[in-house]
Structure formats: C-alpha cells, structure tokens
Design a protein around this ligand. Structure first.
Ligand SMILES: C[S@@+](CC[C@H](N)C(=O)[O-])C[C@H]1O[C@@H](n2cnc3c(N)ncnc32)[C@H](O)[C@@H]1O
Length: 180
C-alpha cells in the first residue's frame, strides 16, 4: 500500500514540476508555447512566396513547425531563434536526425538581440506586445523587399498587403507596409 502511494506521489511530483516549469518559462522567457497550426504554416510560407533564394528568420522557433517546413519543403535557408532551453534542445535533435540540416541554423537566445538585416522573410507567432516591440526594430533593420508574416497578431501601425482570415495570417512587405 505504501509503495503504491509512493509511486502516485512521484508521478504527481513529476507532473507538477513539468507543468510548473512551463508556466514559469512562459513568464520568465516572455511568451507561452503553442505550435503554429500546419494550415497556418502553409499560408505563411505561401503568402511570403518562400523559395530556395530566401533567408527565413523564425522569431520564437518553438519546436520547429515553421523552421523545418521552410527548410525541407520550401528549400529556404532558415534561422530559428528560441529562448526556452527545452524547446531549443528539441529543435537541435530534430535538425540532427532530419534532412536539410545544412540549411538550418539555430540560435538559443533572445530574438530582440538578433540583427534582422540578412532576412528576406521573417515569420512570427508571438504575443501582441512582442509585435509592437518588434516594429521599430523591423523599421531600422529590414531590407527593402523583405516580407513579414505573422500568425494571429498584427503589427500595430503597419498595413498588411494581405490577410488570410481562414488561417489568421498577416503578410507585410517592407517598406510598403509603412507607407500605405
Ligand atoms: C507561440 S510559440 C511559436 C512557435 C513556433 N514559431 C511555431 O511556429 O511553432 C512562441 C515561441 O516564441 C518563444 N519566444 C518568446 N519570446 C522570445 C524571445 N524574446 N526570444 C526568443 N524566443 C522567444 C517562446 O519560447 C515560444 O516557443
């Protein structure tokens, strides 16, 4: 009887630690985790016309829904930046044991420290506050012709070139997004 109780207690402890870690990480690292749905990933990459000549930056790469699709199916060069260490470990394992590893770079750190100048396409599924903080950085660093695609949240003050309501995806072209 005591042994069963101990097993139950250990399982409960593990569950509490795992849930606690993810709640803590959401606040400590600035955002929660939710993979971009497959249909939205497709809309993002299709609207941005991603192809082999593109360098895609995925801001907050999670476990790689966008990173691996962009590199393996759309044949882009991709940089995924992710702040949360467990997700970064998963990303590294997926790159290690999958195809197109030579086209995929991963950076463990804060996306706001990244220099966006090499990107031709930026993808994001972040909280609204992050999109507002990103705007001045986009305006300072994006190269003309760069596209930004965001799932769920618009960039305040920018005008999208397209919006797909079915998958909740905004497409912006820089610098037209600022002028229109
Ligand atoms: C909603 S998830 C999107 C994941 C991924 N882009 C996808 O398509 O599945 C947001 C991710 O952004 C990461 N994140 C939030 N703030 C960040 C920051 N300042 N720097 C790097 N990553 C960040 C979170 O850890 C989380 O994994």
């Amino acid at each position: 009887m005591l042994a069963v109780d101990l097993e139950v207690a250990i399982v409960l402890l593990v569950v509490v630690v795992v849930i606690g870690y993810f709640v803590f990480a959401s606040f400590a690292f600035g955002a929660g985790y939710q993979p971009t749905p497959r249909r939205s990933v497709e809309t993002m990459l299709r609207l941005a016309e991603v192809g082999p000549r593109d360098t895609v930056f995925d801001l907050g790469a999670g476990t790689g829904a966008i990173v691996f699709r962009a590199a393996r199916t759309y044949r882009a060069t991709v940089l995924g930046v992710e702040v949360e260490p467990v997700r970064m470990g998963i990303l590294r394992l997926r790159r290690r044991f999958g195809s197109a590893a030579d086209r995929i770079s991963l950076r463990w750190g804060n996306l706001f420290s990244l220099d966006f100048r090499p990107a031709t396409v930026v993808t994001a599924f972040l909280w609204p506050g992050a999109m507002a903080r990103l705007r001045p950085k986009f305006e300072a660093e994006l190269r003309p012709g760069a596209r930004v695609v965001s799932h769920c949240h618009a960039i305040p003050g920018w005008t999208p070139t397209a919006y797909d309501a079915a998958t909740d995806v905004y497409l912006y072209r820089w610098p037209e997004a600022r002028r229109t």
